[in-house]
Ligand binder design. Structure first.
Ligand code: HEC
Length: 242
């Protein structure tokens, strides 16, 4: 007896639930969903209803069957949104990057400065002023181990686009994150630079280097480079750019 009651209770509850959802589905669902998913209005309208009614397939009501067919829609929504977002974010960089990447790769800059611009044997170059990148690339720095690249190796146009591209990048662009303590000390170094307090600049740069002792090698080399430089301003700005 108890069991039969259970079944009747369940059946009733189920029918009530299905009826309620069927009744509400048409009215309550569309506005919120339409608001979040503007690009695909038809899909989301049905999708949420279907999540509530997966067991309803055996009932005589037509709505469940309809909604069941729409189950794949949320997936479609996701798929449709992703490419749009990445395209928008990557397109300008990708266009600029194509020419620049080629020059960078053909001349093996990455062997020393990091294949993905992350530094390594030599410093991270992203965010430095374009003119500085151009002049050092042409002149080289034989003592430091930086080869000179003449016009046969890199034309003026190629060098300009490479320099502009590198200069426009930030650490977040290349996926490099500085430890917060390094950021703190670099910010203090920047303040000291602005105040013209050379002693404080040196102190904060050394502290930044110490705070970056566990950072990736390219970051360590770059911080060391700042400590050894007597013109660290550009480099500090480059690392702090967001
Ligand atoms: C054999 C290794 C090596 C190669 C290859 C190399 N560099 Fe360098 N580069 C260095 C070293 C070493 C320095 C000086 C210290 C530092 O910045 O790490 C340097 C310095 C620089 C600087 C100065 C950075 C600053 O803070 O002023 C720029 C700009 C630069 N390189 C650009 C390039 C470009 C562009 C290429 C490719 C066309 C390239 N380098 C290829 C090793 C290299």
């Amino acid at each position: 007896m108890k069991r039969t009651f259970r079944w009747i209770e369940c059946g009733l509850l189920f029918i009530i639930a299905v009826a309620a959802v069927a009744a509400c589905g048409g009215q309550a669902m569309p506005p919120p969903v339409a608001a979040t998913n503007t690009p695909l209005p038809p899909a989301p309208t049905e999708a949420p209803t279907s999540t509530r009614l997966p067991t309803a397939t055996h009932t005589p009501l037509p709505p469940p069957t309809e909604t069941a067919t729409s189950t794949p829609q949320p997936v479609a929504t996701e798929a449709a949104e992703k490419p749009v977002a990445t395209e928008a974010a990557e397109k300008p960089v990708a266009e600029l990057a194509e020419a620049a990447n080629q020059v960078y790769a053909q001349n093996s800059c990455g062997a020393c400065h990091g294949a993905n611009y992350e530094g390594g044997f030599a410093t991270i170059l992203v965010g430095l002023p374009a003119e500085r990148i151009q002049s050092v690339t042409r002149a080289g720095d034989p003592e430091a181990g930086m080869p000179a690249f003449d016009q046969d190796a890199i034309s003026d146009d190629e060098l300009r686009s490479l320099a502009e591209f590198l200069s426009g990048l930030t650490l977040p662009d290349i996926g490099v994150e500085l430890p917060p303590a390094v950021v703190d000390h670099l910010s203090q170094a920047r303040d000291a630079l602005q105040a013209g307090d050379q002693a404080a600049v040196e102190t904060h740069l050394k502290e930044a280097q110490e705070a970056g002792a566990d950072a990736p090698p390219g970051v360590q080399v770059t911080l060391k480079g700042l400590v050894e430089s007597d013109d660290a301003g550009d480099g500090v700005e480059a690392l702090l750019r967001q």
